[in-house]
Design a protein around this ligand. Structure first.
Ligand SMILES: Cc1cc2nc3c(=O)[nH]c(=O)nc-3n(C[C@H](O)[C@H](O)[C@H](O)COP(=O)(O)OP(=O)(O)OC[C@H]3O[C@@H](n4cnc5c(N)ncnc54)[C@H](O)[C@@H]3O)c2cc1C
Length: 331
């Protein structure tokens, strides 16, 4: 089928609408385009790692700027006929055996299957300086930024149990790690002993902000005015899946078992409890890196294509049998 609707209100439909054009969505669109499916990709243009300088740990493209990586992906996807439109999806609902996808400009597009690849939102600790420095010298993921802050003074502003895990991980990259207890529950004797054994310092009391001078992080400011010098700060974000638009289908995000935030659960093939709706990337797996998200998008695309092939085979068989029984020639 090659009836992708690129108009605003037309009634033509696509085989698949992919919602979200980050690593997961583009990768799904690439495989589906190569499978000769008509694909419409709708993207809000706000990838999670936009503030970062480079994408690290991405084999073959280590350090590529996120915008450049996605631009290459978009152009590859378009080579196979997929149509990419900017826009934010506000609702997805069922219309018989089709899905109706509504965007914020009021357009409705229809498809046989939907791939959700809208990622997540990082809810940052509400501290002066954190948002401004996010993705630069305020970081969360040692695998994304650990190498860049190796051997530097890294302060972990603790907000919960994940922060201690984070401190222990960053210790792999630098011997100079300080945990600021901030709003985390008081540390137990065993936790203190463990951190101390790893050479991680502990500073008690709430943090009131980050000290920034001349566009550079200088340190962490405590309630008594003391500034503890730091070259980078690690925070644990609350990660919330961006899937509110699936509410009309009865799909809602739930708490992730890790305690990191919310996600939309899927089966081992990436399908939700609503047949025909698949999810890939951070929207279902908050710990997925770019390479994992791209791999998940590709895997989901193969399952979606197989599902469509199954549906088409069943229809062809029914048609064939009908004509065999009647002794007529199938059209
Ligand atoms: C600061 C920072 C640095 C990072 N650095 C690295 C790194 O170095 N290496 C690494 O591997 N990983 C890194 N990551 C993790 C990386 O960002 C994620 O693994 C990756 O973005 C997940 O891809 P995704 O396709 O699931 O989601 P995203 O990349 O977030 O893409 C989702 C897309 O969906 C769109 N969207 C959302 N809602 C809607 C809607 N309703 N309608 C239409 N479109 C919508 C968004 O605008 C966005 O374009 C970093 C993360 C952060 C926060």
């Amino acid at each position: 089928m090659d009836t992708t609707n690129t108009g605003k209100t037309g009634t033509a439909e696509s085989d698949v609408i992919v919602i979200g054009g980050g690593a997961a969505g583009l990768s799904a669109a690439l495989l589906l385009g190569r499978a000769r499916r008509s694909v419409l990709l709708i993207d809000g243009g706000e990838p999670r790692n936009a503030p970062a300088e480079g994408v690290h740990g991405l084999l073959g493209h280590d350090g590529v700027p996120p915008g450049e990586f996605l631009a290459r992906g978009r152009s590859e996807v378009q080579e196979y006929g997929a149509v990419i439109v900017p826009g934010r999806v506000t609702a997805v609902s069922r219309e018989g055996n089709r899905f109706a996808v509504v965007t914020d400009d009021g357009s409705t597009r229809r498809s046989r299957r939907v791939v959700v690849a809208t990622g997540l939102v990082d809810r940052l600790p509400d501290l002066p300086g954190v948002r401004e420095r996010w993705g630069r010298d305020v970081v969360h993921c040692p695998y994304c930024h650990g190498w860049e802050v190796r051997d530097r003074a890294v302060g972990v502003v603790a907000t919960g149990p994940m922060s201690l895990h984070q401190a222990n991980l960053f210790r792999q990259w630098t011997p100079d790690v300080t945990v600021f207890s901030h709003t985390a529950a008081p540390l137990g004797a065993e936790q203190v002993e463990e951190l101390t054994a790893r050479g991680i310092r502990i500073v008690d009391g709430p943090v009131v902000g980050l000290e920034i001078v001349d566009d550079r992080l200088q340190g962490v400011r405590l309630a008594d005015g003391t500034v503890v010098a730091q070259e980078a700060v690690a925070v644990a974000t609350r990660m919330e899946a961006r899937v509110d638009f699936l509410e009309p289908l009865g799909l809602r995000p739930v708490e992730h078992p890790s305690g990191m935030g919310t996600h939309l659960p899927v089966d081992p093939q990436g399908q939700t409890t609503v047949a025909g709706v698949w999810v890939a990337g951070n929207a279902t797996d908050p710990s997925a890196q770019v390479i994992d998200s791209a791999a998940a998008g590709a895997a989901v695309a193969r399952f979606v294509n197989a599902d469509l092939v199954g549906e088409e085979t069943a229809a062809a068989l029914a048609h064939h049998r009908e004509h065999s029984a009647a002794g007529t020639v199938p059209a």
